[in-house]
Design a protein around this ligand. Structure first.
Ligand SMILES: Nc1ncnc2c1ncn2[C@@H]1O[C@H](COP(=O)(O)OP(=O)(O)O)[C@@H](O)[C@H]1O
Ligand SMILES: [Mg+2]
Length: 367
């Protein structure tokens, strides 16, 4: 799949932009704060319906303006889609595909997929469990729209359950009212756990291989799902039953804390390098390679699921990589559209012979 062209109006620091992209490699060169990441953000939004930088859509509208617009022609295999996103100051955003408005972004089945790799991704290793859950939730949502729906439903029920735990009703009242939430929470939660478990298993196999190649067999990478729900048998019914029981077992703790102490909202993904926790044991360079291994396997999983490669967005990371990692990465450029941003002109041996376009960005304009 690829983005054929993109049009922006009053999007961040862009007044108006209309560019045609190369099917292979696109390099955007510009000094800091010129609009390179903003451009990637607009493409990302066409894939996920939201930004990777902010939850507040209003922030994206150009200062002093009332609305922002993104329009992108995308090619998915043999067919085309025209995706439009309009952000307005006082209204919820609207998303249209081929001029038809969607009720929610989830309706956009079989749309654009992207994988973004930026310096910020190191927090996948160094950050807290929430960072890794975010990564999992975004990655799985791209290939399983029902997952996103379940996450939203789960969070709503969790919110209601927590409100009940904090309420000043009697303990026996709360306990009897909790039952209905616990049934729903364990039902949806077990579906979330199943999909995460499956995803992490695939991610682990795939990134272990990437990492092995990237380190000439010297380092062994392993990813595991660490769930707050205990289960030995990975069947939906067992997970659901155990989750429900654990909610009951933890009721006194939850009442004291006024919050739900177990569930997928507390889970994590363990990242091990040569058997040790990568968060504390891996050097900065090793962590960067781990992220690259994981991102490239995210790419492969999308290819397996969709039958097509996603669009790869590389924000300021390409020139930071050493020669071996860069050439490993460039090998994938031949079969997928790649959009690279950089502060320096990239004129590398590895990119010779690959079809590419170079754009210069200055103050929200292509010059
Ligand atoms: N809503 C907005 N309106 C106008 N300018 C914005 C808005 N949001 C961000 N910017 C500007 O965009 C610039 C940063 O763009 P960015 O794409 O992150 O730069 P870089 O080229 O370093 O990746 C900054 O100058 C910032 O002030
Ligand atoms: Mg940037």
């Amino acid at each position: 799949m690829n983005v054929e062209n993109i049009k922006l109006i009053n999007f961040r620091n862009y007044d108006s932009l209309n560019i045609k992209l190369n099917e292979k490699v696109n390099i955007f060169v510009g000094k800091n704060a010129q609009g390179k990441t903003n451009l990637l953000e607009s493409i990302y939004m066409c894939a996920l319906g939201k930004s990777f930088r902010t939850h507040r859509d209003k922030e994206i509208i150009k200062l002093g303006k009332n609305a922002a617009y993104i329009g992108a022609n995308i090619k998915i295999g043999n067919y085309r889609k025209f995706i439009e996103i309009k952000l307005e100051k006082d209204k919820p955003k609207t998303i249209r595909v081929n001029k038809i408005e969607l009720k929610s972004f989830r309706e956009l089945q079989s749309g654009l997929n992207v994988v973004i790799f930026s310096p910020d991704d190191l927090k996948l290793i160094k950050g807290g469990p929430g960072e890794r859950r975010n990564f999992l939730d975004t990655s799985i949502s791209q290939i399983k729209p029902v997952y996103k729906y379940n996450i939203n439903r789960y969070n709503k029920i969790l919110f209601q359950r927590n409100n009940l735990l904090k309420s000043n009703r009697s303990k026996s009242d709360i306990i009897s009212l909790l039952e209905v939430f616990d049934i729903q929470l364990s039902k949806i939660g077990s579906q979330i756990i199943m999909l995460r478990d499956d995803y992490i298993r695939r991610l682990s196999i795939n990134s272990k291989e990437n990492h092995n190649n990237l380190t000439s067999g010297k380092e062994k990478l392993e990813l595991n799902y660490v769930s707050s729900i205990h289960f030995t048998d990975k069947s939906k019914s067992v997970i659901e039953k155990n989750f429900f029981q654990q909610l009951k077992d933890n009721i006194n703790r939850d009442l004291r804390a006024g919050t739900t102490s177990i569930g997928p909202h507390r889970d994590d993904m363990e990242i091990k390098l040569n058997g040790m926790d990568a968060r504390t044991f891996a050097s900065q360079g090793q962590q960067r390679t781990i992220v690259l291994s994981i991102k490239l396997s995210e790419v492969e999983i999308i290819k397996e699921e969709r039958g097509l490669y996603p669009v790869l967005l590389l924000d300021d990371v390409f020139s930071e990589l050493d020669i071996e990692r860069r050439s490993y990465l460039t090998r994938s450029f031949n079969h997928m559209q790649t959009i690279i941003t950089s502060t320096d002109i990239i004129d590398l041996e590895e990119l010779k012979g690959i079809d590419k376009s170079v754009f210069h960005i200055e103050k929200g304009q292509i010059i």
